[in-house]
Write a protein that binds this ligand. Structure first.
Ligand code: EPZ
Length: 430
């Protein structure tokens, strides 16, 4: 079982290139099968989740050609199967985006029901509400969602919950429905806009993505396209907090600063100096940071995917902070791991109170999920002594070359898979 071993104490300094947005890429790869012509997708992050999505797409018969680590060619004309096996859903929930894509293009789809995950139950009722509103019969039988439609007709959908997944999934199906669909109370994340732009580049007619109301005029057929995924604002924010927590000076390159507004605002509240450029952001943390209050919200509010990263940074700040997690019901598990490094926190319901401490001491911890795993690595980089992070497979799902990028900034971190390699690292770092 691979682990990260980290020796803390070095401020992270330098520049780091940010990759394509995982959560845009997963939806765009699913949507790419909606045309029978060839689609070229560039700036893909080379992460496990993207590789599994490409396997799921070729698993139903689409032609998938990996041009290089960050580029894939897809052609959906050879799809012969509309059934997404449980194996894929178990590996990545987002393979449920193939529901909207297959339903839109073929009027039928069968996808295994995604389970919950470490951060919450993650129901998909809003996805099914949207498909039914478009005229699909949607049944759940033997752990599968079976969706079929004589025809998909335009409709007016008001989502009960702001959901990134439901907004994207239903938008895909509506893009090939008849007539006009209006969707309200939708998610406005940058990756929702990226998927809408991608669909439009194939000939869809979607207006208003990124606002509260999305208008979709269905079209019969999509054509070929070449498309580059937007930068990953969550990867960028993770490195920005790594700079803040280690009192470093890091510039994240190839980002869209606008997407980072809520993160930048919090870093400034905490006492960091932040400089914005056209496609880069520099974060400098000179002394001990200040406490603050933060509540996770749908975009443009503070992102839930950046909650563990600010959590570990506030655990070293001066004073008492509170975090309210309004999106998921179980996203504070990492605080239990952080306590093993000396953090002083208290969780009550969906709120955490964090008493900042002067320092963490390195310890063995386990990554409970993708973003919390990355956050525990940040804690290790800021701690005194050696930290070992278990279950790093979670981190590799969403971060490309994570330890290499941290090493390029001066972080002492290596991937190890044996006691011998652990001893070798300890000897090397002294
Ligand atoms: C996406 O998950 C992201 N995943 C998550 O990122 C991210 O945390 C989340 O959006 C919120 O931004 C991908 O894009 C692959 P939601 P998603 O539907 O779409 C409730 C990461 O770290 N809800 O916006 O599943 C749900 O329970 C991952 O990259 C319903 O009640 O999130 C949650 O409380 C983790 N019914 C809230 O809405 C539904 O039908 C927001 O969930 C759907 C969602």
């Amino acid at each position: 079982m691979e682990q990260y071993i980290i020796k803390g104490g070095n401020p992270l300094v330098g520049e780091v290139e940010i990759g394509g947005a995982k959560n845009a890429a997963l939806a765009i790869l699913a949507a790419a099968i909606m045309t029978d012509e060839t689609v070229l997708v560039e700036n893909l992050p080379d992460v496990n989740d993207v590789n599994v999505m490409l396997e799921a797409i070729s698993g139903i018969g689409a032609m998938v050609q990996r041009i290089d680590r960050h580029t894939a060619k897809i052609n959906g004309s050879t799809i012969g199967d509309f059934n997404i096996e449980y194996d894929y859903i178990k590996k990545i929930r987002a393979s449920y985006y193939l529901l909207g894509a297959l339903l839109g293009k073929y009027r039928r789809a069968e996808v295994a029901l995604p389970g919950g995950c470490n951060i919450g139950s993650r129901p998909i009722d809003q996805h099914l509400k949207g498909f039914r509103a478009l005229g699909a019969d949607v049944d759940i039988e033997h752990g599968k969602i079976v969706a079929e439609a004589e025809n998909l007709h335009g409709t007016h959908i008001y989502f009960d919950v702001v959901s990134v997944g439901a907004t994207i999934n239903v938008m895909m199906a509506a893009a090939m429905a008849d007539s006009l669909t209006i969707m309200e109370n939708v998610a406005k994340e940058p990756h929702v806009v990226d998927v809408a732009n991608f669909l439009n580049s194939m000939g869809a007619n979607i207006r208003g993505a990124g606002t509260d109301v999305i208008r979709i005029r269905g079209v019969k057929k999509f054509h070929k396209t070449e498309y580059s995924i937007i930068p990953d604002q969550i990867e960028a924010g993770t490195f920005m907090f790594a700079a803040a927590a280690t009192k470093g000076d890091v510039t994240v390159l190839n980002v869209i600063p606008k997407h980072l507004d809520a993160t930048i605002s919090k870093l400034i509240d905490m006492g960091c100096e932040v400089e914005e450029f056209d496609d880069a952001v520099r974060v400098v943390a000179k002394g001990r940071l200040r406490s603050t209050q933060v509540k996770t919200l749908p975009y443009p509010g503070y992102p839930t995917d950046m909650q563990p990263q600010i959590g570990v940074t506030l655990a070293l700040a001066k004073g008492t902070s509170t975090i309210t997690e309004s999106i998921f019901e179980n996203r504070f598990k990492y605080l239990g791991e952080l306590a093993r490094m000396g953090a002083v926190t208290k969780v009550e319901g969906n709120s955490a109170t964090i008493e900042g401490v002067e320092k963490f001491s390195g310890a063995r911890v386990s990554a409970p999920d993708l973003r919390a795993g990355a956050a525990l690595c940040i804690a290790g980089l800021a701690a005194e002594g050696i930290t070992i992070v278990d279950d790093i497979v979670y981190i590799q799902r969403g971060y490309e070359r994570f330890e290499e990028k941290l090493r390029s900034l001066g972080g002492m971190i290596e991937k190890v898979s044996s006691e011998k390699e652990i001893q070798k690292f300890k000897l090397k770092v002294g």
